[in-house]
Design a protein around this ligand. Structure first.
Ligand SMILES: Nc1ncnc2c1ncn2[C@@H]1O[C@H](COP(=O)(O)OP(=O)(O)OP(=O)(O)O)[C@@H](O)[C@H]1O
Ligand SMILES: [Mg+2]
Length: 465
C-alpha cells in the first residue's frame, strides 16, 4: 500500500476523524483481521453478526495500527468514522490505485476458470514486473479492495478476479478497481440460480468490458459466442483468443498426452510457436490462450511467451491437481468447486488420462443451479457414462440425479452407486481401488475434498487402499 495520511484516508472514504491526528500516516497494510495487524496498519472493523470487529479495535491499536476504520466510536481509539466499512474500503482501494499511474490493472471474469486463469496471468505478469494478485478466489466486494490495497509504488501489475452473482456486481468491482485489460473467459450456467438465464449472466459478465477506457484492451474468448459478442459492448480494442478461425491468438493442432496435458501450435499475428503445457486438462488450452493474450499486450515477445506457457504451474489448490500415489493410483483432485461446465472438462480429463486404465469418478452436489439443478446434475451423469467412466460414486442425496443420468444411458458398461456421504465414498474406494486406476474427485465444496484428502493421506502411507 502507499502511505496516506489519515486526512487523506478520511477524504477518500468520506469519513470523519475521531480522536485521530490527521497528519499521522498509514504506512502498513489494511487489515480486517486484528491478528494480522502490524505497525503502521489501518484496521478495518466490520460489525459482524457473531463477532464485532470493534471489539478488537483496541487490540489492533496495541499491535501498531495507527487508526481504525469503523462505524462506531471506541473509547481511546483513533477512528475514521464511516457509514459502511465495506464501501469505505472500496473507496480507499480506488484512491490508492488512482495514485499509482504506473500500475496496469487486469480484470477477469467468467463462469469457470477465473482463479485458475488469474494464477496463470499472474505467473506470466510476474516475469515482466512486480505483480499483485489475490490468493485463491478472493473475488468479491471484500477480497477485491483488500487485494488492491496491497499494491504499492513498485507494483506494475494488479490481477483481479471479478466474481458476479448478479447484474451490477462486476460494474461495482470495476468502480473500485478500474481495469485497463479485461478478460472474459466463458459464460456457462454457474450461479444460474441467482441469474435466471445465460443471457443475464452474459449481461453481468460483459460489464467488465464496458468498464474499459478507450485505450484499454478487451480479451475475449472467440470460441464462446456469448463472450465473442461482447466486442460490441466496449470502446476498447479487442483481441480474441481461441480455436475459432477468426481468433487473433489461436491454438491449432492440439494434442493430448497420456497425462492429460495439451500441446499445440500457438498462432499469433507475430508468428507461430510450439507450446507444451505442464497443466492438466484440455480446458487449460483456452485458459492459457487468455493468459497469453494478456502477456502479449504487456509486451512479452512470442518466443518467451511460448516458453513461459510451458512453465506455468498450479497455484491455487484443488483445481485439477493431479497426484500419483505410491500404489500406482492417479488422483485428480478437482474438489474446489463444480458446475456442469467444469464437471465436463474434469470428466474429459479423467477419460483422457484413463484412456487405457480403469476410471473412477467421485462426484458430489453442484450448488446454485436453481431451476437448472435437476437437469444440470443429470447431464453430468449422462456425460460420465458417454465418456465411458468405469465406476461412478455419487456422493449425497442432493446429487442423486447424476446417478440417475448415468444409469439412464443404456449402453453404458460402467457402474454407478449413490452414497450417503464422503466417508462412505472413502470406504468404497479403499475396497475397490487397484494399482493403475485413475480417480477424479469433484463437487461444490461441501467437504467433497475430504475424499481427495483421504486418498492423499493413504498415498503417503503407501498403502494399496
Ligand atoms: N476454461 C474452463 N472451462 C471450463 N471449466 C474450467 C475452465 N477452467 C477451469 N475449469 C474448471 O473449473 C474448476 C474451478 O476452477 P476455478 O476455481 O479456476 O474457477 P472460478 O471461476 O474461479 O470458480 P469460482 O466461481 O468458484 O471462483 C476447475 O477446477 C476446472 O475443473
Ligand atoms: Mg474463483
Amino acid at each position: 500500500m502507499i502511505a496516506l495520511s489519515l486526512a487523506e484516508v478520511a477524504s477518500a472514504v468520506d469519513g470523519r476523524l475521531v480522536a485521530a491526528d490527521p497528519r499521522v500516516r498509514v504506512t502498513g497494510p489494511v487489515e480486517f483481521d486484528s491478528r494480522k495487524v502490524g505497525p503502521g496498519a489501518l484496521f478495518v472493523a466490520f460489525p459482524g453478526e457473531r463477532v464485532d470487529g470493534h471489539d478488537f479495535a483496541a487490540a489492533a491499536v496495541e499491535a501498531g495500527a495507527v487508526a481504525v476504520l469503523g462505524t462506531r466510536e471506541v473509547p481511546g481509539v483513533p477512528l475514521v468514522l464511516v457509514d459502511d466499512a465495506l464501501t469505505a474500503m472500496g473507496r480507499l482501494a480506488r484512491a490508492v490505485v488512482d495514485r499509482l499511474p504506473g500500475l496496469t490493472v487486469i480484470g477477469l471474469t467468467g463462469s469457470s476458470g477465473k482463479t485458475t486463469t488469474k494464477d496463470l496471468i499472474a505467473q506470466l505478469a510476474a516475469r515482466l514486473g512486480p505483480t499483485v494478485a489475490p490468493p485463491g478466489s478472493f473475488n468479491n466486494e471484500l477480497g477485491h479492495p483488500y487485494t488492491a490495497l496491497q499494491a504499492g509504488p513498485d507494483t506494475r501489475y494488479l490481477v483481479m478476479e471479478k466474481g458476479a452473482r448478479g447484474v451490477g456486481h462486476v460494474r461495482y468491482l470495476c468502480d473500485v478497481v478500474p481495469p485497463r485489460i479485461s478478460v472474459v473467459l466463458n459464460v456457462g450456467v454457474a450461479h444460474i440460480g441467482e441469474f435466471g438465464s445465460r443471457e443475464t449472466i452474459a449481461l453481468a459478465k460483459g460489464e467488465l468490458v464496458e468498464a474499459l477506457p478507450a485505450d484499454g484492451l478487451a480479451v475475449l474468448n472467440a470460441d464462446d459466442p456469448l463472450v465473442d459478442a461482447m466486442a460490441a459492448r466496449t470502446r476498447a480494442r479487442v483481441v480474441r483468443y481461441g480455436e475459432a478461425a477468426h481468433a487473433d491468438l489461436r491454438a491449432v493442432e492440439v494434442t493430448m498426452d497420456d497425462r492429460g496435458r495439451a500441446a499445440f501450435t500457438l498462432v499469433t499475428p507475430e508468428g507461430t510457436a510450439p507450446v507444451r503445457l505442464g497443466l492438466t486438462g484440455r480446458h487449460q488450452v483456452s485458459n492459457c490462450l487468455a493468459a497469453a493474450a494478456v502477456a502479449r499486450e504487456l509486451g512479452m515477445p512470442l518466443t518467451e511467451l511460448a516458453v513461459a506457457l510451458g512453465e506455468l504451474g498450479l497455484v491455487s489448490t484443488r483445481r485439477m491437481d493431479v497426484f500419483e500415489r505410491t500404489d500406482g493410483v492417479t488422483v485428480i483432485d478437482d474438489s474446489y468447486n463444480a458446475n456442469p461446465a467444469s464437471m465436463a472438462v474434469a470428466l474429459r480429463a479423467l477419460a483422457g488420462i484413463g484412456r487405457d486404465r480403469r476410471t473412477v469418478a467421485v462426484l458430489g452436489y453442484m450448488a446454485e443451479l436453481g431451476p437448472f439443478e435437476r437437469d444440470g446434475h443429470a447431464e453430468v451423469g449422462r456425460l460420465a457414462a458417454d465418456l465411458g467412466v468405469d465406476r461412478l460414486l455419487v456422493v449425497g442425496e442432493p446429487a442423486a440425479p447424476i446417478h440417475e443420468g448415468a444409469t439412464s444411458v443404456s449402453d453404458w458398461g460402467g457402474e454407478s452407486v449413490l452414497l450417503t456421504d464422503q466417508a462412505a465414498a472413502v470406504e468404497v474406494l479403499r475396497r475397490e481401488l487397484r494399482p493403475g486406476d485413475v480417480v477424479l474427485v469433484k463437487g461444490s465444496r461441501y467437504r467433497t475434498w475430504e475424499v481427495a484428502d483421504a486418498l492423499r493421506a493413504e498415498a503417503s502411507k503407501g498403502t494399496a487402499g
